[in-house]
Ligand binder design. Structure first.
Ligand SMILES: Cc1ncc(COP(=O)(O)O)c(C=O)c1O
Length: 463
């Protein structure tokens, strides 16, 4: 029998997070305020606690993980590294396919790697309640889980289409003590305005973010803050525990540096978590292809411009320099609900601009086909988001066969799909269709960006 699982001991859990911001060859553009000038940390203070804002703007390469956070993370971390030998055999590929299994956390994805630290830092800062948005429900359930363990109240605005399609996630949130409501809701000005204009809207992450931020900043007690599950620098930071563990595990079994690293990208966090520690190696000369994967229905990295844009639909956040489909973008209701955000993590975008990453988009049917192939060979049922990464993994493994090369592929298995079976039902009964965002739609939503400050494309040209 071949080795298919690589375990680290509890004592081997990484004790520091890695900050790619310290090593990016060209620094990121700063966030801008409403006056078009770079904002200072204090402007974020009504939304986030200062200890997390310090991480957001930090240029330190390594940041210590507090012991109390490790004491929670070790419930499921270190997460296993696995090798997909059954898929390799099925594809008859010389490639070796390794994956970090982030589906083993209690909520079933990588999301608690950041919800736990975020809840902990908020608690330290004296905060009593967190608000957030959720798409597919993975993030909302991860924050509900963390708030329950750490002793905070939690309110989740869930994008309506997912609220209706995925009732089980809502029940998970309630089980962990959170209050989950459908967005747009009648509980905020932002929600009421959208409902009045478009009563039948499926909702979007941008709208849900507006609602969650509004609730946090209008709490006059000052004890409520907002928490974001992706996109921001501190979220990428917390997720690097994935790649740091993977490096140790790959070394333990002598698997060397991967040739190809793959992850799906919605706001960029699971992909960043696995890849950033390897991006550092690439900056220092390693030959690695690093591929973030997105749906053709929401082609942020592969088709959208790099521009300053708001993080939410109601334009309440600072302007971030990122690839964006425009803050008003309402994505089509594809099943990979966690990949429907209009923007992308600014840190991932800067690495793309540098040429350190090669983004790719897949259709919904191709990703479900890959998911079913995986389920029928490896056995596990992946989340629809993870399936996007799987489509690229299978393509790379086939390419290795064509080239006759024994490539090492490492990817992030960001979550299980056991709460997402309705998507599988739709696929298996032939009801799913492909969707590619039409060019006119893309132009319509991105036209708004012309009114905002321009984002300069800066790169060294080395990659
Ligand atoms: C299982 C899973 N993978 C990936 C994502 C995409 O998010 P991110 O790009 O921040 O990792 C989500 C988001 O909900 C998710 O639930």
């Amino acid at each position: 029998m071949e080795q298919v699982k690589v375990w680290l001991n509890e004592k081997d859990i990484p004790r520091q997070w890695y900050n790619l911001g310290a090593d990016l060859p060209t620094p990121m553009l700063p966030p801008l305020g409403p006056d078009g000038k770079p904002i200072g940390p204090e402007m974020l203070a009504p939304v986030f606690p200062m200890n997390l804002i310090e991480q957001e703007v930090s240029t330190e390469r390594w940041i210590d993980i507090p012991e109390e956070i490790l004491n929670i993370l070790y419930r499921w971390r270190p997460a296993p590294l696995r090798r997909a030998v059954f898929l390799e055999k099925f594809l008859d590929t010389p490639a070796k396919i390794y994956y970090k299994d982030e589906s083993t956390s209690p909520p079933g994805s990588h999301k608690p790697n950041t919800s736990v630290p975020q809840a902990w830092y908020n608690k330290q800062f004296g905060i009593e309640k967190l608000t957030t948005e959720t798409g597919a429900g993975q993030w909302g359930s991860a924050l509900a889980f963390a708030c329950q363990l750490i002793g905070l109240k939690c309110k989740v605005y869930m994008v309506r289409i997912s609220f209706d399609q995925k009732p089980f996630r809502k029940i998970m949130m309630q089980t962990w003590g959170a209050n989950c409501i459908a967005s747009p809701s009648d509980q905020t000005n932002a929600g009421r305005k959208i409902l009045a204009e478009t009563p039948d809207t499926p909702g979007s992450l941008g709208i849900a973010i507006s609602e969650a931020i509004e609730e946090a900043v209008t709490d006059t007690s000052g004890k409520t803050r907002y928490s974001l599950g992706s996109v921001l620098n501190h979220v990428m930071l917390h997720q690097t525990i994935i790649g740091l563990e993977a490096k140790k595990q790959m070394k333990m079994i002598g698997a060397g540096t991967p040739d190809v690293i793959i992850g799906c990208a919605g706001g960029g966090s699971n992909f960043a978590g696995l890849s950033f520690p390897y991006v550092a190696d690439k900056i220092n000369g390693a030959d690695i292809r690093i591929i973030p994967v997105e749906p053709t229905a929401c082609p942020t990295m592969t088709r959208a411009p790099f521009a300053y844009d708001f993080g939410d639909t109601a334009c309440t956040t600072p302007l971030l320099a990122m690839h964006t489909l425009g803050h008003a973008f309402v994505p089509p209701p594809i099943h990979a609900g966690g990949l429907r955000y209009h923007g992308m993590a600014p840190m991932v975008c800067q690495a793309i601009i540098e040429g350190l990453m090669e983004p790719r988009a897949y259709h919904q049917l191709a990703s479900y086909e890959a998911a079913v192939t995986w389920a029928r060979t490896e056995g596990f049922i992946p989340a629809p988001e993870t399936s996007q990464a799987l489509a690229a993994v299978i393509d790379e493994a086939k390419k290795a066969k064509e080239e006759g090369k024994e490539k090492v592929i490492l990817f992030n298995y960001s979550g299980h799909g056991l709460m997402d079976l309705l998507g599988y039902d739709a696929y298996l009964s032939g009801k799913l269709t492909d969707y590619e965002l039409p060019e006119e739609e893309l132009q319509k939503y991105t036209k708004e960006l012309e009114k905002l400050p321009k984002a300069e494309v800066r790169k060294t040209g080395k990659w």
